[in-house]
Structures are given as structure tokens and as C-alpha cells.
Design a protein around this ligand. Structure first.
Ligand code: AMP
Ligand code: TRP
Length: 337
């Protein structure tokens, strides 16, 4: 992990138990690749998770489960820093400072908040849900991250992070790196298998529309085979005319490395059924070792916890330095030791 490499930071919530295919293709896959090229920090964002009600025992189990899946997907603790957000208190501390620099109006414009609070009803939505993006800003700026690999739905939060980094730097002097979103166009938005007009999502998708990576592979294969396709018979990438088939082609192409035009050629004259049957097999071949590796970490919680402890220690060293500088810039009196 050479420190002259650019920094990358990202996070995923431990709210659903299993990751879904959108999480993997939109985000986690990039995390795995970037540990080879970047000084990489990845975390399970449990502080963010409690912006909506969580059962304590489930949250604890899901936090381990998220970390195990990240390792199962290929994160290597020797190549990246993997940690749990609540193990690094600096997140909440810098979060407060950022709360005080963010306008009420600009926070009110965050579409994820608007969607989530509309779903819950304005009276039940918490202040924590409102300030969720501001904690995310602190997450990113603490590590002086250059790049933030996420799916399309996070773009607005990264834009806000850039605005706040510039605002702080302008007001108090150069302190934070201004990060850039790292969003891979092809996989930025994986769609629901039953309703290709909406993204695959743990909250909005019906069970048949979402591929959970920890489900029995047979179950997922069935869902792929019964994915909604479009009128006509031709297998062609056309997001507006053929959103269902285009989504399947994206998934197929990303899991195998075959180009979309190569796949179009391969399936010329064949029906949708052939594509779906083959994709189901491709998925099962990919997910089977993923599930086995994840299970290995779940079966050995001591190893898992020690990976997370080492990660938190490395993360804290970086976060504490940034926080100290930010506190000083803001004008807080240093505590004497
Ligand atoms: P979350 O589960 O909300 O913590 O999301 C974790 C990561 O997965 C974020 O970077 C999201 O942008 C990404 N993501 C979630 N759903 C999708 C999707 N349907 N397509 C692509 N990326 C997604
Ligand atoms: N808000 C992100 C999501 O819903 C999770 C997240 C929290 C995150 N902190 C982050 C992503 C910092 C990137 C960087 O997916």
C-alpha cells in the first residue's frame, strides 16, 4: 500500500443482510479493483444504518455479515483498509463540524432524503436521516480521498461533499482534498429484473426483481430466467427500447468480461430464453465461490474481528490527523495532555 497512490474511500450500509447484485456491480466490484491502484479505505457504515430503525442484535450481525461479504467479494486486508465506521469516532466529530457548515436549504435538496422521508412519513423521519449526507461528507474528507467509487444514486452526495470541501478550504485555508465521484457508466445503475424502469434496490424491489448474493444460487437462477424482457425477439443493447434485455446484457458483460457487442453477435438469431439460461449459469458460477468465501469469514468471527480491529487502527491514524487539523482551523482550543 504505497502512500504515493491516490486515495480512495467508500462505504456500504449493513442494513439488508445480503448485498444485492446492484451493490456488487455498481460499487463493490470497483472497490476490489481499486485496491490494486489506490491507497484504499472501505468501511461498513453502521452510523448511517441507524438513521432508520434497526434491531440492535440484527445490526451487529449484519455489520459482520457486510464485512464478510466484502472480503468474500475480494477485498484483501493486506491491500486495503477495511473497517467499521463506529470504530472510528472521528466520523461523528467531523460530522458535527460539517453540520455547522451545511445550509439547511442545500441539505433539503438531497433527493435520497426526500425519497426516504416521503416513504416513512415526515413525522417519523429522524434528524439523523436529514443529516445523513453530512456524515457522509465527513467520512470522505477525513481520509483526504481523491476518488469515491459508488453507484449513480450517490452522485448528489459526492457533489455536496465537493461543495463543502471547497467551502471549508475557502473559509479556513486549504485543509481537505476535493474528491471526485468514481462512477462506472455501464454499471452505475443496475435495474430491477421485474421492472427495468426502477433500480434494483432492497427497499423498492419486489423479491423477484432483486438478486441477493447470499440467496440459494438456484433461487437467483430462477429469477434471472423469469426476468421481464421486452417485446420483439432481437437481442440488442437499447436502453430505451429494450431496457430489460439491456440490463441483462450489462450484467452478463460485466460478470464475464465479454463486450456487449460480442454478446449481441453471440446471440444473433437466438431467443431471449437462450440469453437468460446462459446468464443464469454465468451468475451461479460467479456467486458460488463468493458465497463460500463469505461463509469462511462468518465461520471464523475471531479472524473477521481482528481484521476489522486492524483496519480501525489504520483508519484512525489517518482520520485523527485530519480531524486535529480541522479542529485547529476552526479555532477550537487545543486540549492539554
Ligand atoms: P447501499 O446499499 O445503499 O449502502 O449502497 C451501496 C452501494 O451500492 C452504493 O455505492 C450504491 O450507489 C450502490 N448501488 C445500490 N443499488 C445500486 C444499483 N441498483 N445499481 C448500481 N449501484 C447500486
Ligand atoms: N450513502 C452511501 C450509500 O447509501 C453509503 C456511504 C456512507 C458512503 N458513507 C460513504 C459511500 C462515504 C461513499 C463514501 O450507499
Amino acid at each position: 500500500m504505497a502512500s504515493d497512490r491516490p486515495r480512495v474511500l467508500s462505504g456500504i450500509q449493513p442494513t439488508a443482510g445480503s448485498f444485492h447484485l446492484g451493490n456488487y456491480l455498481g460499487a463493490v466490484r470497483q472497490w476490489v479493483a481499486m485496491q490494486e491502484t489506490h491507497d484504499a479505505f472501505y468501511m461498513v457504515v453502521d452510523l448511517h444504518a441507524i438513521t432508520v430503525p434497526q434491531d440492535p442484535a440484527e445490526l451487529r450481525a449484519n455489520t459482520r455479515l457486510a464485512a464478510a461479504q466484502l472480503l468474500g467479494a475480494g477485498l484483501d486486508p493486506d491491500r486495503c483498509t477495511l473497517f467499521v465506521q463506529s470504530h472510528v469516532p472521528e466520523h461523528a466529530q467531523l460530522g458535527w463540524v460539517m453540520n455547522c457548515l451545511t445550509g439547511f436549504g442545500e441539505a433539503s435538496r438531497m433527493t435520497q432524503f426526500k425519497d426516504k422521508s416521503a416513504k416513512q412519513g415526515a413525522d417519523r423521519a429522524t434528524v439523523g436521516l436529514f443529516t445523513y449526507p453530512i456524515l457522509q461528507i465527513a467520512d470522505i474528507l477525513l481520509y483526504q480521498a481523491n476518488a469515491v467509487p459508488v453507484g449513480e444514486d450517490q452522485r448528489q452526495h459526492i457533489e455536496l461533499t465537493r461543495d463543502l470541501a471547497e467551502r471549508f478550504n475557502g473559509r479556513y485555508g486549504q485543509t481537505f482534498t476535493v474528491p471526485a465521484p468514481y462512477i462506472v457508466k455501464e454499471t452505475a445503475k443496475i435495474f430491477d429484473l421485474q421492472d427495468p424502469a426502477i433500480k434494483m434496490s432492497k427497499s423498492a424491489s419486489a423479491p423477484k426483481g432483486i438478486i441477493n448474493l447470499l440467496d440459494e444460487p438456484k433461487t437467483s437462477a430462477k429469477k434471472i430466467k423469469s426476468a421481464v424482457t421486452d417485446t420483439g425477439t432481437e437481442i440488442r443493447f437499447d436502453e430505451t427500447g429494450k431496457p430489460g434485455i439491456s440490463n441483462l446484457l450489462t450484467i452478463y458483460s460485466t460478470l464475464t468480461g465479454a463486450g456487449v457487442s460480442e454478446l449481441e453477435k453471440k446471440y444473433e438469431g437466438k431467443g431471449y430464453g437462450a440469453l437468460k439460461t446462459d446468464l443464469a449459469e454465468v451468475f451461479v458460477d460467479w456467486v458460488t465461490p463468493f458465497r463460500a468465501r463469505t461463509q469462511e469469514f462468518l465461520d471464523d468471527p475471531e479472524t473477521l474481528d481482528s481484521i476489522l480491529a486492524k483496519g480501525a487502527e489504520k483508519a484512525r491514524a489517518v482520520a485523527a490527523e485530519t480531524l486535529a487539523q480541522a479542529y485547529d482551523r476552526v479555532g477550537f482550543l487545543p486540549a492539554k495532555h
